[in-house]
Every structure is written in structure tokens, then in C-alpha cells.
Design a protein around this ligand. Structure first.
Ligand code: CDP
Length: 204
């Protein structure tokens, strides 16, 4: 069975958690595509060469989850040659037999426009900044809540404003606004959307 769940949305919207839960529930593979851009940004040197030569060791680095790695990722993500170098790998993963969940910024719009399910997961910048700040330790985090909010806004602007594959919902995406939804409700809603699509696929 080929069945792709494309999950796009801004930083800390909950798309990673939702993606992992869907993959686990349905036995699909899961690819966090942000990790590819984080690894390219963290590698240093020429980003296009880094993207073309990306290997397993680059993706296993322990410092890919930091706020700095997120900023570096969104800076290299504006470069069309970087995106082109990462395209085939993501595309193969999206259409691999057995079902796949990919989360990122352009999965439903560019990587897999024919995905059977497209979700756009979002939340207000304040809610997302608070979540990410708490994830990084709250009062013990290496940056303040205000700095985190500035970081989120900065990255949103860069991701939504770029010319190549900007962050935006696909025309046929279902939007899940998690600003006032806890993560369990968001996961339950996403799972029921996938169940409906799977049932339709089976019937037709
Ligand atoms: O986890 P978080 O949402 O903070 O970020 P991420 O998904 O790891 O993505 C880091 C950065 O990579 C984003 O800000 C985007 O600039 C870029 N990215 C992208 O351009 N396209 C994707 N499919 C995934 C990430």
C-alpha cells in the first residue's frame, strides 16, 4: 500500500508529535524533514555541498534540536539548490510501500502534492513560543520566553516569505489549530482524519 500523510506547519505547532503518533498508530514510517535542513545548517561550509553529501552521521548529531540549529536550518532552507538536493530522498520516503508520514513545511505543496492526507498544523506564535521554551527547560532554558518568541517570529517570517517552497497550507489541506487544543485532542483529531481517508481508499 502506498499512502502518504503530509503534515506541514510552523515551528512548535505540534506537527512532530502528531506525526509520530500517526506513524505508530498505523504502522507507517515517519520522517521529520526539518532534521535534514537542521543537519545541513549544522554541517557548516557550503550548504549546497552539505545537502548533496548528507549522510547518516550528519543526521545523528546531538545538537540538531537547539534554537540555533533551527535558525541555521531556516537560513539554508531558502536556497533552491539545497531544497533540490533533498527532494529525491524525501519523495522516495513519501511514496515507499507500507505508508509514510512526513512532517515539514512543503510536504503537501511540493514534496508530495498527491498525498492521501494533508494536514496543516498551526497555533499562535505566543503558544508555540511557550511550548518550545518549556521543552527547552522553562526558567532553566538557555533563552528567555521573549527571546524564544522573537526566534519563532523570525523563523515564521523567513519560512513564509521565501520564494522557493514557502510555508503555506496546500489548497486541499485540513487545518488543525492547536492554540487551544491539548496535544492528546490534536492527535485524536488527526488520527480520525487518517482513518476516514484509509476507509475511503479501501472502498474505492
Ligand atoms: O521543529 P521545528 O518546527 O522547530 O523546526 P523543523 O521542522 O526542524 O525545521 C527547521 C527549519 O527547516 C524550518 O524553520 C524551515 O526553515 C526548514 N524546513 C523546510 O524549509 N522545509 C521542510 N520540509 C522542513 C523544514
Amino acid at each position: 500500500m502506498i499512502f502518504t500523510v503530509a503534515i506541514d506547519g510552523p515551528a512548535a505547532s505540534g506537527k512532530g508529535t502528531i506525526g509520530r503518533a500517526i506513524a505508530e498508530r498505523f504502522g507507517f514510517s515517519h520522517l521529520d524533514t526539518g532534521l535534514l535542513y537542521r543537519a545541513v545548517g549544522a554541517k557548516g561550509g557550503d550548504p549546497v555541498d552539505a545537502a548533496r553529501g548528507l549522510g547518516a552521521a550528519d543526521l545523528a548529531r546531538e545538537d540538531l534540536r537547539t534554537a540555533e540549529a533551527g535558525q541555521a536550518a531556516s537560513r539554508v532552507a531558502v536556497i533552491p539548490e539545497v531544497r533540490a538536493a533533498l527532494f529525491d530522498f524525501q519523495r522516495r520516503r513519501a511514496r515507499a510501500v507500507g505508508g509514510a508520514v512526513l512532517d515539514g513545511r512543503d510536504i503537501g505543496t511540493v514534496i508530495c502534492p498527491e498525498a492521501e492526507v494533508k494536514l496543516f498544523v498551526t497555533a499562535s506564535p505566543e503558544v508555540r513560543a511557550r511550548r518550545r521554551w518549556l521543552e527547552l527547560g522553562g526558567e532553566a532554558a538557555p533563552l528567555s520566553y521573549d527571546a524564544m518568541l522573537a526566534e519563532v517570529r523570525d523563523r515564521d517570517a523567513r519560512d513564509m516569505g521565501r520564494a522557493d517552497a514557502p510555508l503555506k497550507p496546500a489548497e486541499d489541506a485540513i487545518t488543525l489549530d492547536t492554540s487551544e487544543m491539548d496535544i492528546d485532542s490534536a492527535v485524536a483529531r488527526a488520527i480520525s482524519i487518517v482513518e476516514v481517508a484509509l476507509a475511503k481508499g479501501g472502498a474505492g
